[in-house]
Design a protein around this ligand. Structure first.
Ligand SMILES: [Zn+2]
Length: 323
């Protein structure tokens, strides 16, 4: 058992305060492989951007809690070795139980999400409050969620029904739950289909009116967006060209993310874009190298492709040079 401070991570409090005042959002990227992790750190170091590393409970279990925080910590050393000072938070994404959050905190995470969004309102508050009391006693910051984001967190198909966050309930939740930040639903969505085009094929705007109301009632309180990938047609096409089969894919336009980042949104989660970029290039490289017998034929080549993606995402969120 050890604290995140021993590993050189920071919690998200200072990051969010700066992001709120500076009119940008801190990028929060999921990683599931070492190449993806390295690409994220390559981009962050080049752009001098603060970073929140997202880890799902599944990955925590899969890699093992002994390994996970140490892998993430190597990036902190890399930053120091380059003579830079870039804040890195290690964040549990969608912790579903109090116990998952405790395990993460005891193994070096500096920030956690307790996702009670599927529970009735009062139960969500109670779970968040209990988790926040524990986390705060160890200096760890807590994200909660109110309103249902449709779609599967781990990349399954989304459906188009989204239950928007009610601004009045959000204000009550913020006052009573002890959460340090809140993920809300304003039209973003997990998975590959995020928005439903109208009859003319135009995509609807995110519900900035909801965001504005919450911001007005809770000045300075950081808001989080999940399900904010762009789903670039380039990657979907590459996946389909090289043996994949993805029928429907609609992401959130980048200008909509940039606009939210200038408002109260201080953290934008990106998972799917990283996955489809890695998968598209892996499929392409394997198809182009049918005789390959060494997995490095693709692991070495997807890192720079992912780096390009994350460099661009940092620009969309406005966090370059903000470390
Ligand atoms: Zn999420």
């Amino acid at each position: 058992m050890y604290s995140y401070k021993d590993l050189g991570f920071v919690n998200t409090a200072g990051m969010f305060q700066k992001a709120y005042g500076g009119g940008y959002a801190v990028p929060a990227f999921n990683f599931v492989t070492i190449e993806q992790y390295n690409a994220i750190m390559d981009a962050v170091i080049k752009k001098k951007s603060p970073i929140i590393l997202l880890v799902s409970p599944n990955l925590h279990r899969q890699l093992g809690h002994e390994m996970l925080a140490r892998v993430a910590q190597s990036g902190v050393d890399r930053i120091k070795n380059e003579g830079l000072d870039i804040p890195v938070a290690l964040h549990l994404d969608h912790g579903m139980t109090y116990e998952q959050c405790v395990l993460a905190v005891e193994n070096g995470f500096s920030s956690i999400m307790i996702d009670g969004s599927a529970l009735p309102f009062e139960e969500n508050i109670a779970l968040t409050k209990k988790t926040a009391e524990y986390a705060h006693s160890r200096g760890v910051t807590v994200e909660a969620e109110l309103g249902i984001l449709s779609g599967a967190e781990e990349g399954g198909g989304g459906n188009l029904e989204s239950l928007y966050t009610d601004p009045g309930m959000a204000s009550e939740f913020i006052k009573r739950s002890g959460a340090d930040s809140l993920a809300i639903s304003i039209g973003t969505c997990h998975g590959m289909v995020k928005l439903k085009p109208d009859a003319n094929g135009n995509l609807p705007d995110l519900r900035y009116d909801i965001l504005e109301k919450i911001e007005k009632s809770n000045p300075g309180f950081p808001i989080v967006l999940h399900g904010a990938s762009t789903i670039a047609p380039e990657f979907v096409q590459m996946i389909n060209t090289y043996g994949g089969h993805i029928e429907q894919a609609v992401g959130i336009p980048e200008d909509q993310i940039s606009k939210a980042a200038k408002m109260a949104v201080c953290k934008v989660n990106i998972a799917t874009d990283g996955w489809i970029c890695a998968l598209a290039h892996t499929r392409r490289i394997l198809a182009e190298n049918p005789g390959a017998i060494d997995s490095r034929v693709f692991t070495l080549k997807i890192r720079p492709e992912l780096e390009k993606l994350y460099l661009h995402k940092i620009d969309v969120m406005g966090s370059a040079g903000r470390a």
